[in-house]
Design a binder for this molecule. Structure first.
Ligand code: NAD
Length: 360
């Protein structure tokens, strides 16, 4: 339970103490009421997270009035949202408080998630399913009651059937290959349920739901340590920590394949989809497929290091995965084009800085 207790008020800035259980943290809520009434308003749920944090910055550059909501503040950068509310979205009353108007655009990114070490070990299955499904049920119910017209939902490539992703050189992730459903994780099953929920609200209540299936998004200001980080961040960290002719550990034989999309291109696809007339589901991902060994070599090359890879057992996910971009090109006339290397250079530079700062 999180309570916002007003501390002081000024015309455009409110200072609050957030009471969260027995802990309290102070946050500033920038509330420019004139802007709120004159500009188009956007709600970003999961704004304290990696993609949500970048999305808020982008929407501010586009000139929107933005409210961000998350159960926590972004640990890497102060939010640029006009209004940032710390709220647990599993709490239906709290959701009604933060969705208090007919926002012009809503982006639903909040989820209980992490990398392979979090979602493929089985240890967090009940929490992942319960927490993310509760958020999606609450958010859609309130959006429908408040008359929200347009809402984006971030599903995941983890909802694709495992049996189509056994061949690392030839995975099938075409949108219409989703059924008969057989994801390899409970995270994927929850995404599949919630995709259907968003599409059901579209059919029954006319909400303009837009569903994207993200494929491995990466970039600066994402989780890079602690167990919830995903492969590109974990590899950048390991390479940054290694000596110039050192060794790094990789889960599995490294021959499993994936594609990785830089966060800026993810946001381009996300906003294009929400503002289009296409409901989806549609893949938002890169189709530059690499093995995990190749990903390590690329990062090591960027870092100027000659590393040996040591393979060990660990949670892996499917054997092969690549984004199939035929549908997005056909329906939006757009698909990502940036090379993996370009995005990795920016990401490695940021993670190296974090590693150095922590060591200092
Ligand atoms: P993230 O973990 O950085 O962001 C998710 C945010 O949701 C976090 O800040 C978290 O605090 C918040 N959240 C979790 N539970 C909450 C709750 N009960 N109430 C309020 N906020 C809560 O992850 P991300 O990488 O930014 O991903 C954003 C979305 O995109 C997620 O839905 C994720 O499943 C989806 N997705 C991401 C990727 C990827 O590679 N990053 C791939 C596929 C799908």
């Amino acid at each position: 339970m999180v309570r916002l207790v007003p501390e002081s008020t000024a015309p455009t800035t409110l200072s609050f103490v957030i009471v969260c259980g027995h802990r309290s943290i102070r946050t500033i809520i920038h509330t420019d009421s004139m802007d709120m009434n004159t500009k188009q308003s956007v709600l970003v749920l999961g704004a304290g997270g990696f993609i949500g944090g970048h999305l808020v910055k982008r929407l501010k550059r586009e000139g929107f009035w933005v409210r961000g909501v998350d159960i926590k503040l972004n640990p890497f950068a102060e939010s640029q949202a006009d209004d940032f509310v710390v709220q647990d979205l599993r709490d239906a009353d709290g959701v009604r408080r933060v969705i208090d108007r007919r926002f012009d655009e809503v982006y639903q990114l909040a989820a209980d998630m992490g990398g392979a070490g979090y979602i493929f070990t089985g240890e967090h299955d009940a929490d992942v399913m319960h927490n993310s499904a509760s958020i999606n049920l609450n958010v859609l119910d309130t959006c429908q009651k408040r008359g929200v017209k347009r809402i984006f939902y971030s599903s995941s490539a983890c909802m694709y059937p495992e049996h189509n992703q056994l061949d690392p050189d030839n995975p099938n992730c075409a949108e219409d290959s989703a059924y008969p459903a057989a994801p390899d994780s409970e995270y994927g099953w929850e995404k599949l349920f919630s995709e259907r929920l968003f599409l059901a609200y579209h059919r029954n209540y006319g909400i303009e739901s837009r569903v994207a299936r993200y494929h491995n998004i990466f970039g600066p200001e994402g989780t890079w340590t602690g167990g919830k980080e995903k492969a590109p961040a974990a590899i950048c960290r390991k390479v940054a920590e290694a000596s110039s002719r050192g060794e790094i550990e990789i889960w599995g034989d490294g021959l499993q394949t994936r594609s990785f999309l830089y966060v800026d291109e993810c946001l381009e696809g996300t906003t294009r989809l929400l503002r289009s007339s296409f409901t989806g589901p549609v893949n938002i991902g890169s189709d530059e497929m690499v093995t995990i060994n190749q990903l390590v070599e690329l990062v090591a090359d960027i870092a100027g290091k000659k590393l040996t890879i040591r393979h060990k057992d660990g949670p892996l996910g499917v054997r092969g995965r690549n984004s199939d971009n035929r549908l997005i090109k056909q329906r939006l006339g757009w698909a990502p084009t940036q090379s993996l290397r370009t995005g990795l250079e920016k990401t490695y530079a940021w993670i190296e800085q974090q590693v150095l700062r922590r060591a200092a």
